[in-house]
Every structure is written in structure tokens, then in C-alpha cells.
Design a protein around this ligand. Structure first.
Ligand code: NAP
Length: 271
């Protein structure tokens, strides 16, 4: 790998948001490592980006529900000094009613949206902390903020709430070591995820469906502005700041020697 920006490893680069990240990061001068299952699509994207931008592009056929494949990417993130950016983007959605959903499908979703994201973030963090710099972009979702808005999305939304928490926690713990984190929370975005999940994109109202190019351009603008959390559709960042301030206002009372008086629990002797 050759450029001064280093290489960006992008998961789920074969379509949608990941493919647009690949395009934009190549144009910003990053070499690319593109991971997904569809090698032919990755190869075609790699060929186009090499021709159009001159950066080095490598394709790594990867199934992020397979442990061996994850371990291979982890090793790359830990050991390759040229990697400076991870886009933890690969993911899927599931809109099956919880009581009748196939538990194996739920587990597969958790493997892809949580386990792989966590293991890759950990490997990248270890490598970046050793080198004193590096950036991790985790793709969450606004569904992770709003369980009341999205019936039948309990597990998908919970995986995305995890992504937000993980990003905020890692920022807190590791930014002093020179690492940069960003959670991107897209709303409905025009990609294949809808058809893949069985909820056809035609069921999503056009007025809330963002174009994928606009989504990624806004997310990268958020990264340039130093945002820890980017919600591309949110007009006023003060609304997010207020939500975070309300959460943080709970901190002094989240743990105490005794339950709050309203529960009427008598204090016991100290053990
Ligand atoms: N589109 C939206 O409305 C929306 C909204 C909020 C958040 N998001 C998030 O955005 C991210 C990208 O999704 P997208 O909308 O761009 O959907 P997409 O077009 O379906 O892209 C998903 C990507 O993930 C890859 N992928 C899926 N399963 C994989 C596996 N087992 N191993 C490796 N790669 C796998 C796919 O590639 P292969 O099939 O080639 O493996 C594809 O490149 C996801 O995390 C999603 O949750 C999307």
C-alpha cells in the first residue's frame, strides 16, 4: 500500500453505502481493501476505482458470519501498518415479528451486525493504538434510537443501538490514544438492504428515503467536522446535544447504596 493517507478497509463494499464509501475514499486518496461475499461485484468496483483514481484496491472475499473470515480480517487490521481507517459497514436488516422469527436468522443477524463489528473494531483499535492514530467509522441506524417507531425491528434496532453505544464508549476510552471514532446513523436510504430483508423499498415513503450518495457525502462531511455521531437527516445538531445532555443528567443517580425512596424498600444491614 502506497498513499500517505494509508488504506481504508471497508466491509460490505459490494453495494449500497459501502460501495459509495469506497468511491469517496478512493477520491480522497485512500488505498482500499474491500470486503464482502460477492467477489465479482467487489472486483468490478475495484477495477473501476483503480482506473478512475489510481489508488491501489484489494478485494478480500469475506463472509462476516464465518469465524475464519473474520479472524483473517482481524489479523490484517492488527498487523498491517498501512491501514489507517476501518469502515465497519456490512450489515443486514430483519423485519420479522419477534415471536415467530427464525431464531437462527436472529443469531445470524447478531453475528453480522454485532459480533463482526465488535471483533473488527477491536482489532483495528489495537493496531491503531499501537501506531497512535487511526479512524473507525461504525454504521449504525436511526432505528437504534427509536424502538417505538419501528415495529418488527426489535433485534435489528437493538444491534444498531449496540453500535452507537460501542462507538461512544470506544471514543471515551481510546480517543486519548489518538484514535478517532464516528457512528453514522442513517435513516431510510435507497439501497438493496430493503429488498434483501424482504421489505421492498416500494413500501418506504419517497419523502423519507435518502439517496445513498448524499448519505455518504453527509457522513464524510460529519467526519471532517469531527462529529462523534452523525445523523445525516437531522437539521439541528442542538437536538442531539440536548438528548445527550438529558442522558448525562441521569449519571449522578444511576448507582446508589439504596433504592430510591419511591420503592419503599427498607435498608438492610451492610453485609
Ligand atoms: N439502507 C438503509 O436504509 C440503512 C439505514 C440505516 C442503516 N443502514 C446500515 O448501512 C449498512 C450498509 O447497508 P446498505 O444499506 O448499504 O445495504 P446493502 O446494499 O444491502 O449492503 C450491505 C453490504 O453488506 C454486505 N454483507 C451482507 N452480509 C454479509 C456477510 N455475511 N459478510 C460480509 N458482507 C456482508 C453485502 O455484501 P455481500 O452480499 O456481497 O456480502 C453488502 O455489501 C448496514 O450496516 C445497514 O444496517 C442502512
Amino acid at each position: 500500500m502506497s498513499t500517505s493517507k494509508g488504506a481504508a478497509l471497508i466491509t460490505g463494499a459490494s453495494s449500497g453505502i459501502g460501495a459509495v464509501y469506497a468511491d469517496r475514499l478512493a477520491r480522497r486518496g485512500y488505498d482500499l481493501i474491500l470486503a464482502a461475499r460477492d467477489e465479482a461485484r467487489l472486483g468490478a468496483l475495484a477495477e473501476r476505482l483503480r482506473a478512475e483514481t489510481g489508488v491501489a484496491v484489494e478485494v478480500v472475499k469475506t463472509d462476516l458470519t464465518r469465524r475464519d473470515d473474520i479472524v483473517r480480517l482481524e489479523a490484517r487490521l492488527r498487523e498491517d501498518e498501512g491501514v489507517s481507517l476501518l469502515v465497519n459497514n456490512a450489515g443486514a436488516a430483519l423485519f420479522d415479528t419477534f415471536t415467530v422469527a427464525d431464531p437462527d436468522k436472529l443469531e445470524g443477524l447478531i453475528q453480522l451486525n454485532i459480533t463482526a463489528v465488535t471483533r473488527l473494531a477491536q482489532a483495528a483499535s489495537a493496531g491503531f493504538a499501537r501506531r497512535g492514530h487511526g479512524t473507525i467509522i461504525n454504521i449504525g441506524s436511526i432505528v437504534g434510537l427509536a424502538p417505538e417507531l419501528f415495529p418488527t425491528s426489535a433485534v435489528y434496532g437493538a444491534t444498531k443501538a449496540y453500535v452507537l453505544y460501542l462507538t461512544q464508549a470506544l471514543h471515551h476510552d481510546l480517543s486519548p490514544k489518538g484514535l478517532t471514532f464516528q457512528a453514522v446513523l442513517p435513516g431510510a436510504t435507497r439501497t438493496e438492504i430493503w429488498d434483501r430483508s424482504g421489505r421492498g423499498i416500494e413500501n418506504v415513503p419517497d419523502e423519507i428515503l435518502m439517496d445513498v450518495d448524499e448519505l455518504v457525502d453527509a457522513a464524510l462531511a460529519g467526519l471532517d467536522r469531527g462529529e462523534l455521531v452523525t445523523i445525516p437527516s437531522l437539521p439541528d445538531p442542538a437536538d442531539w446535544a440536548a438528548a445527550q445532555a438529558a442522558r448525562q443528567a441521569l449519571f449522578p443517580n444511576l448507582s446508589a447504596r439504596h433504592p430510591a425512596p419511591r420503592y419503599g424498600v427498607a435498608a438492610t444491614e451492610a453485609a
